[in-house]
Ligand binder design. Structure first.
Ligand code: FES
Length: 170
């Protein structure tokens, strides 16, 4: 009955038996277009863009910039978040880092968007009954953004646990 206990506080994420974490109401996120939430201690940003929900680690894989404050742009036919710190471009759908490169061997080299591969961890979003859930990360696979997700965890739930433990190492 976790739902009953916490229903008075809409900010408390609810953990479901299958690990899905409630991050908000479908209507609220559609209105605000983006929210941040804690999923298993890590900061995640959920975007609603052109009829779809996307969840990514909120800290940019480059140096930890706040992607929740970035602009969404369509680049090479894909919706991307542009990091506000150094303008790295990350696809919302796959978490790929894109860069504009030139092939000097072409007769008239033109810059083209290319992928560096998946750099930012994306998270599965489930919408059910007007609620939006994010699946917990599969940590058997790692991504560059994990480094900053771990680093910024210290500002959140884990830091609180550490203090109460009285053996905080730092
Ligand atoms: S921190 Fe995001 S581009 Fe540098």
């Amino acid at each position: 009955h976790a739902l009953d206990q916490n229903s008075s506080d809409p900010h408390l994420p609810l953990q479901w038996p299958d690990g899905l974490v409630l991050v908000g109401k479908e209507d609220d996120i559609k209105n605000s277009q983006r929210i941040t939430a804690k999923v298993n201690g890590r900061e995640v940003v959920v975007f609603y863009h052109e009829g779809k929900f996307h969840a990514l680690d909120s800290r940019c894989y480059h140096e930890g910039g706040p992607l929740n404050l970035g602009e969404i742009e369509d680049i090479a036919g894909q919706p991307c978040i542009v990091c506000p710190w150094h303008k790295y471009v990350i696809t919302l759908e796959t978490g790929e880092g894109l860069y504009e490169g030139i092939n000097p061997l072409e007769p008239s080299p033109t810059p083209r968007w290319q992928s560096k591969g998946v750099k930012q961890r994306i998270h599965k979003v489930t919408v059910n009954n007007g609620n939006v859930y994010v699946s917990p990360p599969d940590l058997s696979v790692s991504f560059d953004s994990d480094y900053f997700a771990d680093k910024y965890k210290n500002n959140g739930d884990l830091a609180v646990k550490k203090k109460s433990n009285s053996q905080a190492a730092e």
